[in-house]
Design a protein. Structure first.
Lengths: 427, 477
């Protein structure tokens, strides 16, 4: 293939950009029976954002990976069209966040000439991440049983969204430095490679931090996500399944403890086991039950945009937007969206494979784990595959903190995609 | 590290596969059970988002229509005619579900039937339902309600040539509007909730459509069936029996009305029907035997469900021939014993007599319209053909005699030949039910009316016949 990365990107964007106009047309026809010219601003603004990003990348990073931006475009397109259908006001705000996120991503790409310099700030980032996380414990506002929000005047900000990126960078830097130390040492007992007790330190620290999050913030989703990201990076770095097994066991122990200690965790588990219980179906398990009904209503091909009733689900614009996709775009649409995330994760891991530098590899793994695990946790939550935890669906859900953070994450992947060389063949 | 990264990739692939398998379960295999879950209100939101069609009588009176509503549903039902048509209309409520023609023609009212062309189906949403026109006639219905008044009972009027139901009224009744009203009382309890509670607790069962679901001992009106069966089974009108006031049978007795029971001597079937002589029809039943009586009763529709387009229709019953001894058979001939009839079924018996022996399928639907366009029209069809045209004509003639000089003179209308049969059904421990079956005009019948008044305390001739007269008058105007 002689085509340069930026021309590949242009070609892919050319395929995806018309989707938003199709979404606008089919939505207006279904809702009003005629096109509302005023709504044209949404696909136009969205197109402008991605064209701008593409043009800037041509100058700043001509060799950056060509798939990332089109994938983000496809995901935000689904999100924007769904929001346009669910809540016009939120769609308008989301457009602003989309622009903000894209500009911040381009700034990051412009300023961070070499991603390796991030290594030098690893402890700063770790401390910043922890401060962000713990800030809500002291200054946070409790919304829906979880302390996730910092409120500064008119701005509401969910610090865990940014913290997960900072901590993922820290994990990558820390483990790139010490992977041999951690993986190499230790004894082999009955064929199982046991780590040295002191190497278990980071694992236990992360475990404790996750539990703290769970206990003080009542944030099941972030707790699971942080621990999952950490395990993914540890596994990639050390290749030691014992860490993963030990980690999963530890998390289950912690989760079981909180199950007995905290009512809201118990409620989540009970509504997961029996969401259609007549006693709770209009109360505690209303949301998950309505989500399941939405998926059922969608069937194979969906009701069509604006023909379902996703507004019956509380918080459908944020945590439950996947249920709206399932209802109105059906199994086909929901599967397509899941596959988009898989392709994005696959690309992230491909970048990790191709990168020649350990930190770069682990950073790519960390960023991919953030995206992959977060999207899986919420998609699995709203479909009752696992207990529901309130986190956003990356690039699709409404939310400023989430969208901006995910664009920054995308920016990091773009930066490190240029730093790599050929795909190293040896292991 | 390359190997572990690839394994992570495999892990994400597995996660996605599990997700998609679970999605397929939710959206395809498990779809039905989720959609039918009681807590799933999506059906309701969708259905009450459509401006449901109107329900209109054959003469153009709007009985029900949808009006925009506040709250979770875009529309709600509004009923205009109080309790006059309630048992036929039923109600359409997201709280209590549907009954009556609201249930039977739900799909038409929602615009789903008759099916639209696929181009329309692809390009436009159903936002307005179709109008359902009923065969009911406002004046006949009003006459039935007025004549029955505040007496427990029911009236059914049918055009015997088509099976079109002209009136169907049952008292006590209810106001469907009270079950769909959005209003609340001072404590915030929906008034509809209260109304439903009151209706369902009321021991007089106002929600019951006595006309189609009430089962009553028929008494003497059943002699129309016994007589017709006799005509078909080889006992012509001229068949004479000696009819004492009391006839001994199987160690028990069948008695005529009157105190002491009136004796008639040797009479033929016409005289027996005219004066409703129990001992004649008891002997006729015993002579023809239980198998023949049951066979013809079933031919008239007993033991099967009348195909009326209304939910909750009851099956009228006669015991199997093997279950009848001589006493029960003798009493059955006179309409007592274990026979139970709905007013609708009696009306259908009359239809066979009035329509040359054939019962047309009874129906309430006249047509389905969208604006001025007729989308669907009810096609009349024969339900049963219990007796020959000759037998029907002979029975009709005997019934004319009932109204001219027998027990049913109260049903006479000046200038019209009315045929009829009275019934006074004995009920254990309570006053008897008063019945009347009327047909008019006898030369070319256009209406058959069945009336029952529960535990009236009076006879069919005095209590039920005048009601039938008023309804027939309204139908013949």
């Amino acid at each position: 293939m002689g085509m340069s990365p930026r021309w590949k990107e242009a070609l892919l964007l050319a395929l995806i950009l018309p989707l938003s106009f199709l979404g606008w047309i089919s939505l207006d026809l279904a809702e009003a029976g005629a096109l509302v010219p005023g709504h044209l601003v949404y696909p136009l603004a969205w197109t402008a954002v991605f064209l701008l990003a593409h043009l800037v990348l041509r100058f700043l990073r001509p060799q950056a990976d060509p798939l990332l931006l089109p994938l983000a475009a496809a995901l935000t397109c689904v999100g924007l069209v769904m929001l346009l259908r669910l809540n016009m006001h939120m769609a308008r705000l989301q457009l602003i966040w989309l622009g903000t996120g894209a500009v911040l991503m381009l700034l990051l790409v412009a300023l961070l000439r070499d991603y390796r310099s991030l290594k030098n700030y690893r402890y700063t980032l770790a401390v910043l991440g922890l401060v962000l996380l713990l800030s809500t414990v002291f200054f946070g506002r409790e919304v829906n049983g979880a302390r996730l929000w910092l409120i500064l005047g008119p701005l509401r900000f969910q610090p865990s969204e940014l913290a997960k990126i900072f901590l993922a960078i820290f994990f990558a830097a820390y483990l790139a430095e010490r992977k041999e130390l951690i993986a190499g040492a230790g004894r082999v007992v009955a064929g199982v490679h046991l780590p040295r007790p002191r190497d278990l330190g980071p694992l236990l620290t992360m475990w404790a931090l996750s539990l703290l999050l769970l206990i003080f913030q009542r944030d099941l989703g972030s707790s699971l996500l942080f621990f999952g990201i950490f395990l993914a990076v540890v596994y990639a770095a050390t290749g030691r399944a014992t860490f993963v097994v030990a980690g999963v066991v530890l998390f289950l122990v912690g989760a079981t403890l909180t199950f007995f200690l905290f009512g809201h965790v118990r409620t989540r588990v009970e509504t997961w086991l029996d969401p259609l219980n007549p006693e709770t179906v209009n109360d505690e398990s209303y949301q998950i039950a309505q989500s399941l009904f939405a998926f059922a209503e969608g069937g194979l091909s969906g009701t069509g945009l604006a023909r379902g009733s996703p507004n019956l689900i509380p918080y459908v614009e944020t945590d439950f937007i996947y249920a709206a996709v399932g209802e109105e775009l059906g199994l086909l649409g929901a599967t397509a969206l899941a596959l988009l995330y898989l392709v994005l994760c696959g690309r992230g891991l491909y970048l990790a494979l191709r990168n020649e530098d350990d930190f770069g590899k682990l950073l790519a793994v960390g960023m991919t784990a953030v995206l992959g695990l977060q999207s899986f946790i919420i998609m699995a939550g709203v479909t009752r595959l696992m207990p529901l935890t309130g986190i956003t669906l990356p690039f699709v859900s409404y939310g400023g903190s989430s969208l901006v953070s995910n664009f920054l994450l995308l920016g990091l992947l773009l930066c490190l995609s240029e730093g790599g060389g050929r795909l190293a063949e040896n292991d | 590290m390359q190997r572990t990264i690839k394994r992570l990739g495999a892990f994400f692939i597995v996660l996605t596969m599990v997700l998609v398998i679970n999605l397929s379960y939710l959206q395809v295999w498990g779809q039905k059970s989720l959609m039918e879950n009681n807590a799933n209100t999506r059906r309701l939101v969708e259905e009450y988002g459509i401006a449901r069609g109107r329900i209109i009588t054959s003469d153009g009176l709007v009985l029900a229509e949808s009006v925009p509503a506040q709250g979770p549903f875009a529309y709600r039902r509004q009923y205009h005619q109080g309790s006059l048509f309630s048992h036929v209309l039923g109600y359409d409520s997201p709280r209590f579900g549907r009954t009556g023609v609201e249930e039977t023609y739900n799909e038409q009212l929602l615009g789903r039937k008759p099916p639209r062309s696929w181009v329309e189906e692809m390009t436009s949403d159903v936002r307005e339902g179709n109008d359902v026109y009923l065969t009911l006639d406002t004046e006949v219905q009003a006459a039935a309600a007025k004549a029955l008044g505040s007496r427990k009972g029911a009236v059914v009027a049918v055009n015997p040539k088509t099976g079109a139901v002209l009136a169907m009224y049952s008292w006590p009744t209810y106001d469907p509007q009270s079950l769909v009203t959005p209003d609340r009382d001072a404590d915030g309890t929906p008034l509809a909730e209260k109304a439903m509670l009151n209706y369902s607790r009321d021991s007089s069962s106002p929600l019951l459509n006595r006309a189609a679901a009430g089962l009553y001992t028929p008494g003497s009106v059943f002699k129309v069936v016994t007589g017709s069966a006799g005509l078909e089974a080889g006992f012509p009108v001229s068949t004479a029996f000696d009819c004492p006031g009391v006839w001994e049978v199987g160690g028990s007795r069948v008695t005529n009305y009157g105190n002491p029971p009136r004796s008639f001597g040797s009479i033929d079937m016409k005289t027996a029907l005219t004066y409703s002589v129990n001992t004649y029809f008891a002997q006729l039943a015993v002579k023809m035997g239980a198998p023949a009586l049951v066979k013809y009763a079933e031919a008239f529709g007993l033991n099967s469900l009348p195909p009326l387009d209304l939910p909750g229709v009851s099956v009228s019953r006669i015991p199997p021939p093997g279950g009848m001894d001589a006493v029960l058979l003798a009493w059955s001939g006179a309409g007592q014993g274990e026979i139970l009839l709905t007013p609708l079924q009696l009306c259908l018996v009359g239809c066979a007599v009035a329509n040359g022996g054939r019962i047309m399928a009874p129906h309430l639907l006249k047509e389905v319209r969208k604006g001025e366009t007729i989308l669907e029209r009810y096609d009349a069809s024969v339900w049963k053909n219990p007796i020959s045209a000759d037998s029907a004509a002979e029975m009709l003639e005997m019934m004319v005699s009932v109204v001219e000089r027998g027990t049913g003179t109260e049903a006479a209308i000046s200038g019209v030949t009315v045929a009829g049969k009275t019934g006074t059904a004995e009920v254990e421990g309570k006053p008897p039910h008063a019945w009347f079956l009327g047909i008019a005009p006898a030369e070319n019948p256009s209406v058959v009316v069945a009336v029952v008044v529960e535990n009236s305390g009076g006879g069919g001739g005095t209590v039920a016949a005048p009601i039938a007269r008023e309804v027939m008058k309204a139908a013949l105007r």
